[in-house]
Ligand binder design. Structure first.
Ligand code: G6Q
Length: 560
């Protein structure tokens, strides 16, 4: 944004959540939890599941194993209203520049919402979106049907997406999640500037049947441009193609036409998007081109339809029944009143193995902020660490800490009734484990119960006393379970949109800007001089640690 001047238009409310009445009431309400335990709440209220279950866009959501009563829920909803959440939702939806530090609208929802009338600077955005979708459709059809030929006249078999962050994580995650929907094209994703990533991916690929998608909103990202240039060099070195053949093997997804031309890609093979689509929310845009190729355009469209269904739910359902709002508010409850510093996402579906990594960026880049919308440091915690791995694997790794460790970590269990390919009794076993884990976290096991079990197993009284504390579980550990029938493109789309809206709601309540990411800039700035220093050029001033490490590496590399 250097050298750019803009009038700072304030669009979003600036309510310090801690100054609201609801916050004060929630602090008092938290004290009442000293005497509550989820196990007892379930025993006392046989309707608890019915009372706290919700549904949205094909997902059934059980909130009942959360540390809440109807009073908690009401107080949290009042907090949302005091923080003017409905007004903020409306501002976002109609295209106001709510990304105020960059003066941009936040309209990834317009990429999938066919009824959206959002305007940016007076222009409706949907016509342009439709045009690019058609371009993506035509291109992916050509590739899949074999009518797009490489320079030697052969069809394309491999598609390599080169991008990083938001231009990589989304497509890579969805390509894994929708594995059963793949076609005969093989998609690969290269992101890291570690040359090994590109080398390993290209190993064995025939250049004449390989197409590269250079996916970069800015077309200036160091990692992506380095990989793109190396890929082009590889293509020319390992084939008898000429420079002019590059056009048949390289296409671009970007907002920067000038840079795309400069790289040598024909602008007719460029798929555009807009500055109102944030990188980490761009899987719905032309950044999803690799998905159109590898899964077919129809499946990409179904992904959009699923997200659209969740958007409708988010914008139209009352806050009381609004699933993204409920999940967001519970997150605030845990972070700001219970002291949670992280939350786990545990999908019981192997194809979702990249989901937590994807939302690690979604959450942590969006809500990892410490300055509020008034420009001063916040006095309360904001975005937690988001992490996770699929179950049941996680059970044999980190679940110990979830059950008996000292940190307080709410868990989201995500499951599907059916597997894409049923294998004997695997799916039943998988689901039994999901249910068992959420039940165990909620119930726990008292020291008395642990002692009784040990006695029954014949342990001596001394050993019972010694072991019972170790075998007891405190329980009262919250979790949310999200279930659907199967992981179709529609259901995946609605799941992703659900979590996107959750991030938005939390950012509004925390009074921070969720759609910029200045935090990634400093490292990028410092890497520039360090690169030239590593390449043997003049040394600059550094702290002794950085200077020492730099010298070590320079020496190593000089000696080799
Ligand atoms: C996401 C971030 C970031 C971005 C990458 C790639 O919201 O902005 O992850 O997507 O830095 O940027 P380009 O697409 O511009 O290469």
């Amino acid at each position: 944004m250097q050298g750019i001047n803009f009038i700072f238009i304030r669009m979003l409310p600036k309510v310090d959540p801690t100054k609201t009445q609801s916050w004060q009431k929630l602090s008092q309400h938290y004290q009442t939890w000293e005497n509550l335990h989820l196990r007892r709440l379930f025993e006392e209220d046989p309707q608890r599941f019915e009372r706290f279950k919700s549904a949205a866009a094909g997902w059934q959501v059980d909130l009942s194993k959360n540390l809440m009563t109807t009073e908690t829920q009401e107080l949290l909803l009042a907090l949302a209203r005091e923080c003017q959440l409905p007004e903020a939702m409306e501002a976002q939806r109609k295209g106001d520049p709510i990304n105020e530090t960059e003066q941009r609208a936040v309209l990834h929802t317009a990429l999938r919402d066919r009824s959206n009338k959002a305007r940016v600077e007076g222009q409706e955005v949907r016509p342009a979106v439709k045009e690019v979708l058609e371009q993506m459709h035509d291109f992916s059809d050509l590739l899949i049907s074999g009518n797009w030929k490489g320079y030697s006249g052969k069809t394309i078999k491999n598609v390599v997406n080169i991008g990083i962050g938001g231009s990589d994580l989304g497509p890579a995650m969805v390509y894994e999640a929708l594995k059963p929907y793949r076609n005969h094209l093989h998609c690969y994703f290269v992101s890291n500037v570690d040359g090994q990533h590109l080398q390993d991916t290209l190993q064995g690929l025939p250049p004449e049947q390989t197409l590269f998608i250079i996916a970069s909103k800015t077309f200036t990202t160091q990692e992506t441009m380095t990989n793109a240039h190396s890929a082009r060099a590889w293509f020319l070195r390992h084939s008898d193609a000429k420079e002019t053949d590059v056009a048949k093997h390289f296409v671009a997804v970007s907002t920067n036409e000038e840079k795309v031309k400069e790289f040598g890609i024909n602008p007719s093979n460029m798929f555009g998007f807009w500055d109102w689509v944030g990188g980490r929310y761009s899987v719905w845009s032309a950044i999803g081109l690799s998905l159109c190729c590898g899964l077919g355009f129809k499946n990409f469209e179904k992904l959009l339809r699923g997200a659209e269904a969740m958007d409708h739910h988010f914008y139209e359902a009352e806050l009381e029944e609004n699933v993204p709002v409920q999940l967001a508010l519970l997150g605030i409850w845990y972070v700001n009143f219970w002291g949670a510093r992280s939350e786990a996402m545990v999908p019981y579906n192997q194809h979702l193995h990249r989901l937590a990594a994807y939302f690690q960026q979604g959450n942590m880049e969006s809500n990892g902020k410490r300055i509020n919308r008034a420009g001063t440091p916040v006095s309360y915690a904001t975005g937690p660490v988001v992490w996770g791995e699929p179950g049941t694997n996680g059970q044999h790794a980190f679940f110990q800490l979830l059950h008996q460790g000292t940190p307080f970590i709410p868990v989201d269990f995500i499951g599907t009734a059916f597997s894409a390919q049923e294998t004997g009794d695997h799916q039943a076993k998988l689901l039994a484990n999901l249910l068992a884990q959420s039940e165990a976290l909620m119930r726990g096991k008292t020291p008395e119960e642990a002692a009784a079990e040990l006695q029954e197993e014949g342990y001596s009284p001394a050993l019972v006393d010694h072991l019972a504390p170790h075998k007891a579980f405190p329980g009262n550990r919250p979790s949310t379970t999200l279930l659907t029938d199967k992981l179709s493109p529609e259901r995946l789309g609605s799941l992703l949109a659900l979590y996107e809206h959750k991030i938005f709601v939390q950012g509004i309540i925390w009074n921070i800007y969720s759609f910029d990411q200045w935090g990634v800039e400093l490292g990028k700035q410092l890497a520039k001089p360090l690169l030239s220093e590593l390449q043997g050029k003049a040394l600059h001033d550094h702290d002794s640690s950085t200077a020492g490490l730099l010298q070590m590496l320079r020496q190593w590399r000089a000696d080799s």
